[in-house]
Design a protein around this ligand. Structure first.
Ligand SMILES: [Fe+2]
Length: 415
């Protein structure tokens, strides 16, 4: 549901006042959690600075055959991110790369490149993005509905606790299509950098008392030890302020699949690989040194920033992801702080398709209905600005390009 707030600063002051009336010692909770988070960040820094892997990696074939073992599960839940090597054969991903390049040209993108850039990232961006708002190329549709993706996402969804009080919150084995965009970053580009942020809600995380208030109930009660980022309880019931680029689907993971080789220095992704950091940020904003009507820089309708002004301790743990090859995919919990390197100093394009994991639940099923209409008409995904580059373009994917699994994931056929 959409959250409507007229006077944001007034509402923040009011919510802070109400929380203070709960007689929770937020200073104690924050100080204790800071010690625990600092230990984790120190561990990340130690591994990173000694050249050891920080972000867990698994081969797709191994995952398909054996699933995640308990040790892997514990590490993945702690780090909140992972790389799946060879999710697709590299020649298939390279082929998609060529197809998407041609598709962007054919829809006339370059003749009209600034159609409707949204302002979601305006406070984060270093300049003009190289993210292309096309959703329905045959290559994107093929990648989303590929069987390897279905196998992988059912394992990812199962990292979550998806039952609460005997009821299923989502079905980990049924996936909903979430049509997202594609990135093609030129060598030498220095315009796409994104500062550290979290997607999927900013001020709502404090102001949406029924939805997010329940997700973060343990933190708001001062019981920070009980907070589990992978507990799905109430996650499908959050309410957000409407914005063209805030996801209206519940996603267990955000992610992308590499279409070209890209590594550190190539303008790639950076993560703070610590899933509890957002929980710490929730408590950070409730400390006495933060102005009464502010939440450490959170602004409605924007990404939630993680800044040196308020969050320096955790920013120390920002890690650049290792070299990715065509067909490798990376996944991060929707609450994870991430950024994009300012400059692409490599010699090749660094291209990706954004594909996350959105398991079947009432919230996601409801979203599918509107999205399917956009698929059929060629309109932009309803979760993004209506730039509609593909509306009159005959080369986009249609019903004939959907497999049976693809039709189910699109909500055009019953499971
Ligand atoms: Fe983001």
């Amino acid at each position: 549901m959409a959250l409507k707030i007229d006077d944001i600063n007034k509402e923040i002051s009011l919510v802070k006042k109400q929380l203070r009336n709960n007689s929770v010692d937020y200073k104690r909770a924050f100080d204790e959690m800071s010690v625990s988070i600092k230990q984790e960040i120190d561990e990340v820094c130690r591994l990173r600075d000694s050249g050891q892997p920080v972000i867990p990696e698994v081969e797709f074939q191994t995952l398909r055959d054996n699933g995640f073992n308990d040790q892997q599960k514990a590490l993945l839940q702690k780090r909140g991110c992972l790389i799946i090597r060879n999710t697709f054969p590299s020649d298939l991903a390279s082929d998609w790369n060529i197809q998407i390049g041609e598709y962007i040209k054919s829809v006339g993108y370059y003749e009209n490149p600034d159609k409707g850039l949204d302002n979601y990232f305006s406070s984060l961006q270093e300049g003009k993005p190289q993210i292309f708002s096309v959703y329905w190329s045959k290559a994107q549709v093929a990648a989303r509905q590929h069987e390897n993706m279905a196998v992988l996402r059912s394992h990812l969804n199962r990292l979550w606790r998806y039952r609460n009080n005997g009821e299923s919150i989502f079905d980990p084995d049924r996936e909903c299509c979430y049509a997202d965009r594609t990135r093609r970053r030129e060598p030498g580009d220095n315009s796409l950098g994104l500062k550290p942020h979290i997607d999927g809600g900013s001020v709502e995380r404090w102001l949406d008392k029924s939805g997010y208030g329940s997700v973060y109930r343990h933190l708001l009660a001062g019981d920070w030890q009980k907070y589990e980022p992978f507990d799905a309880a109430y996650r499908t019931e959050t309410n957000q302020i409407e914005s063209p680029a805030v996801s209206n689907m519940f996603r267990t993971f955000q992610g992308w699949t590499a279409l070209s080789g890209q590594g550190p220095g190539d303008g790639t992704l950076q993560l703070i690989p610590c899933s509890r950091v957002l929980g710490w940020m929730i408590l950070r904003a409730l400390q006495d040194d933060v102005p009464n009507d502010e939440l450490c820089g959170a602004q409605p309708g924007r990404a939630l920033p993680c800044t040196s002004d308020w969050h320096q301790m955790v920013l120390e743990g920002l890690c650049t992801i290792p070299k990715m090859m065509p067909g490798d995919s990376i996944w991060w919990h929707g609450d994870l702080v991430h950024a994009v390197e300012d400059e692409h100093n490599g010699s090749e394009y660094s291209n990706v398709i954004y594909i996350g994991a959105a398991p079947y639940c009432d919230k996601n099923a409801a979203f599918l209905a509107g999205q399917a209409e956009c698929f059929l008409s060629g309109a932009s995904s309803p979760d993004f600005a209506a730039e509609n580059y593909e509306l009159d373009f005959s080369g986009r994917a249609g019903m004939d390009d959907l497999t049976e699994l693809g039709r189910k994931q699109m909500g055009l056929q019953d499971w």
